[in-house]
Each structure stands twice: as C-alpha cells, then as structure tokens.
Design a protein around this ligand. Structure first.
Ligand code: FAD
Length: 488
C-alpha cells in the first residue's frame, strides 16, 4: 500500500505526493489530527474550523477520483503503528513541510519509523523552497524554474484503499470558532477568492494594500489557502502569468499584478530562512542581538497590546479586528509588531506566538522571519519604527476603520481620532468618551518611547560584533534580488 500522508497540503491539484503515490500503486490517503499541534500555543479554534472545512472539501474532490480520505486522531507514529496492523505499507508520500519545531521533530520521528519498519519515505517540495540549500546565490532563478514547471495532476487509473480501519473518524470536534468574520476553508472558497481577486478586486492592489480600510477587498487574502495548502502557489503563479500575457493593460492591473507576483516569491523567500535555520523560531537571527530586549518584558504592556487597549486607536483597532476576522494586512501587521517591539520594548517571541494564534494564515517560516525583521533582530533589514499616530493620518484619516472596531471612539471628532486623549475634558464628556474610563489613556508616550527605542536599537546595532554577525546573516539569508538585477 502507498500511504499518502496529508499535512498542510489539503488539495487535489498540483499535489506531487498524491500523484506520485497514485502512480506507484494502491493508495491509502490520510490526515492525522495531532493533539500536540492542537494543544500548542499557536493553535486557535479558527484554525480547526478552517481545517475541517478544507478537509470536507478535499474529501469530496478525492471521492470524485475514487479515493477515500481517512482521518485519524493521535500522534502520527502511533497512527502508523495502528495502520500497519491492517495494511502492508510499502511507502509513505508526503510534502516537504517547512514547519515549526513540533512538526520538524514529528517528521524526523516518522522518517525514523519508516527506517525501522522497512517503509520507503518519499517527500516532495510543494513551494519554491530548497531543502539542503548551500547558498542563497541564484535562489530566485531556482524559484522561477520551480514555478514555471507545469502543475502536476493525478493521471491514469487510481486504486484506493476503502476498507474500514479501526480508529478512523468522520471529523475532529474542535471548540466553537472564536472568529465570526474569518475566511472559510475549502477548494471552492479558494478558487472563488482567486477569481474575484484576478478579475475584479486586485485591480488597485498596489495602491490599496496598505490601508486596512481598503486592504480587505484589494489584497488577495489567499494566505490561509496557501498555509493549509488548499491551493498551490504554482497554480496561482500560472494564473497570474496567463493574465499578464493577456495584456491586462487597463489602468491599475499592470503594476498590481507585478506587485502581487513579487509577493508570491517573498512567500518562499521568507520560508526559506526557517528552512535553512530552524532555530530562528526561538532565537534571534543575529545572535549578537541577544540581550537587547530579553531582560525587560513588561507583562502589563503585553496584556494591553493583546486586548487592543493601548490607548493608540490604530493599534487597538487592528488588534480587535484581528480577533474577529483572523486577518489583517501586511502594513498593519508590521505596525502591531513595531509597536510591541519598540514602543513597548517587548521581546518578539511571546507576541509572535500570540499573533500566530490569531492569524488564520499562520505560516511559521514567514511569521518568525517577519517578526524578527520588524523587531530589528536580523541586523540586515532597515529599522522601521511605525508611528501609530501617523498611520491613522496616512491610512485611515477619517477614522472609519477605527470606529468600526473600537466603538468607544464612535463619536470622537476626526481631528482627534489619532490622539483622542487630546480632547478637552468638556469635549470628552460631550462625545461620551472619557479617556481613562471609556477608552484607555496611551500606555506609553509616543514621542518619548519612539526616541528611547531609536537610541537603544541604533546604538546596539552600531557595535562592531553586531555588524560582523550581520554580514553572516546576510550571506545566509539575505535577498540577492538587487545584486542579481544589477548583473543583467
Ligand atoms: C509580523 C508579520 C507576520 C506575518 N505572518 C504571516 C504568516 O504567518 N503567514 C503569512 O502567510 N503571511 C504572514 N505575513 C506576511 C503578510 O502580511 C501576509 O502574507 C499577507 O498579509 C497575507 O494577505 P494576502 O494573502 O491578502 O496577501 P497578498 O498581499 O495578496 O499577497 C499574496 C501572497 O504573497 C505572500 N506575501 C505577501 N506579503 C508577504 C510578505 N511581506 N512576506 C512574505 N510573504 C508575503 C503571501 O503568501 C500572500 O498570501 C506576516 C507579516 C508580518 C509583518
């Protein structure tokens, strides 16, 4: 029997493990709900709901090709030991997952189990990420090569195991989902999301991606489908290539499709960092940044940030909207992290776990790399300290987004929406928003915190050994895009 082990690749199209498994013989296709993952700090009930919807949809698609989808609960090695009692296992096919420590260890255990049980282990890349990469030079052209290959599909007659196996379940019962406005999982949703983006919503993507007011419509919001593998990046890449070749020259489309294509590459560029150095889930990418924030974690600040009660309307609106929707656009993610890292001087690890739980699209490789970049611990990226006040003026000048998610501020006049604490006491009473009672006063003073953070980070970064270590970080992880362009 050929086992096709599904992890974060819940689709039927462009699925190398599935098509190779089917080619090799009779398949048993299964998914395992793993308690160690479901109990982890990064997991949320919204992930569970999205997962089940995606599995249900995949089950229907597999049925159409004559394949039964099995679902089990347990740690994977225990499930394999159970399966071994029912079928003779020749090989396991799965995708190469660039996951976190938990999944990395679990994959190692599965490989070990295969070795001990005389079972072949076959894993296949699903993104443009290179396992065992020796050097970042030329990475982008290898990525292009992978993406340019045609998506794979199941061919020929398929034979599937259909017998009942002890321990198989219909569906895992997760806690009720805590996010009423989250995206729904499944292939139909994924396709509809892609189509609406490429036909209508994406036209002004490059102009409208930064404001949280417009980003929900203008960004693709394909990220949870990529993270759960409901849709392959290569398929989307091909769809965009087709659209670009069709000469989508109407105003807006050209620059938007170009910007979107770059981001599909960024997806893998960031994941490659975790693939190459799994410790960045826990440790600073530049180890000479150790000690910068580790000793000064203010739990009260952290709790206020988590609740969306910092007294900075844009920070609070983004956080509260995230609690309800599971998604926020890139710039606002960067601002949330910048505020935690610089204004509140919190080490990135705990905030990263918290946002991982709340991002429906949590992707460890992007997440931890971006967190380190935005909090200044890589040594190779420009320091960006976002002003939460300026972000209101730039991205939500009339306070529409803010008022939607922070109802206490509904009646605050536009002139004060970025800094409601500046309203006079009389005005506060008139609009029913007493600062310190109905809405918090700022937990830190922006100007003071900004200057202090700037001084600390730049003086740390200017140390000779930090600069030396940064050169090594660049060699290992830095984008060579500009250099490669310059060579042409
Ligand atoms: C602190 C922080 C944490 C993040 N954590 C995650 C995460 O866990 N999962 C995740 O998918 N993205 C993460 N991102 C990147 C980015 O914000 C999201 O990919 C994007 O907002 C998802 O929305 P979208 O699908 O509409 O993106 P679009 O703008 O439509 O982009 C299309 C795709 O390109 C990729 N992409 C876009 N922007 C980036 C980027 N800056 N870096 C890497 N890939 C990108 C994603 O796969 C995305 O789905 C994080 C960014 C920051 C600043």
């Amino acid at each position: 029997m050929q086992l096709v082990w599904l992890k974060r690749d819940l689709r039927i199209q462009d699925h190398a493990a599935l098509s190779e498994g089917c080619k090799a013989g009779k398949v048993l296709c299964f998914y395992v709900y793993e308690p160690s993952i479901i109990r982890s700090k990064e997991w949320d009930s919204s992930h569970g709901a999205f997962l089940n919807e995606s599995l249900d949809s995949l089950e229907k698609d597999l049925q159409k090709t004559g394949i039964k989808l099995y679902r089990f609960v347990g740690e994977v090695v225990d499930v394999l030991n159970n399966l071994k009692r029912y079928v003779s296992i020749e090989a396991i096919h799965s995708h190469q997952e660039t996951g976190n420590f938990l999944t990395f260890e679990r994959d190692k255990n599965v490989k070990k189990w295969c070795k001990e049980n005389g079972v072949k282990y076959r894993d296949y890349p699903q993104f443009g990420i290179i396992r065992g990469l020796k050097s970042r030079d030329g990475w982008a052209s290898q990525w292009n090569k992978f993406m340019t290959l045609p998506p794979v599909s199941i061919s020929g007659t398929v034979s599937s195991c259909k017998e009942t196996i002890s321990g198989e379940i219909k569906q895992f019962d997760f806690e009720p989902c805590s996010k009423p406005f989250r995206q729904k999982g499944g292939a139909i949703e994924a396709r509809a999301t892609l189509e609406s983006f490429l036909q209508v919503r994406g036209r002004y993507y490059s102009k409208e991606m930064s404001s949280p007011l417009t980003a929900w419509e203008a960004c693709s919001r394909l990220s949870p489908f990529f993270s759960f593998g409901v849709m392959s990046i290569r398929e989307v890449w091909h769809a965009v290539l087709f659209q670009r070749s069709e000469g989508f020259s109407e105003s807006g489309w050209k620059s938007s499709l170009a910007a979107f294509s770059s981001r599909l590459r960024w997806h893998c560029h960031f994941m490659q960092k975790l693939e190459d150095e799994p410790t960045i889930e826990f440790q600073n990418m530049n180890r000479k940044m150790d000690g910068l924030r580790e000793n000064s974690f203010n739990s009260e600040f952290f709790e206020a940030w988590k609740r969306g009660e910092t007294g900075y309307p844009m920070v609070d609106a983004c956080m509260r909207s995230l609690h309800q929707t599971g998604w926020i656009n890139f710039r606002m993610r960067a601002m949330l992290v910048s505020f935690a890292s610089y204004h509140l001087w919190l080490h990135w690890r705990e905030p990263a776990l918290f946002l991982a739980k709340h991002f429906l699209d949590f992707e460890p490789g992007i997440h931890f790399s971006q967190f380190q970049m935005q909090s200044g611990t890589t040594g190779i990226n420009a320091i960006r300290i976002y002003s939460p006040i300026k972000q209101v003026l730039d991205q939500d000048p009339h306070g529409e987004f803010i008022k939607k998610w922070v109802p206490e501020l509904k009646a605050v006049p536009t002139d004060f929406i970025a800094e409601p604490q500046k309203m006079s006491k009389t005005l506060q009473r008139q609009v029913g928003c007493i600062i310190g009672k109905n809405y918090p006063a700022p937990i830190v003073d922006h100007a003071t915190a900004y200057q202090e953070a700037k001084k600390r980070i730049f003086s740390w970064r200017s140390q000779k050994e930090v600069k030396e270590a940064s050169k090594q970080v660049y060699l290992k992880h830095g984008s060579r895009k500009k250099r490669e362009k310059g060579k042409k």
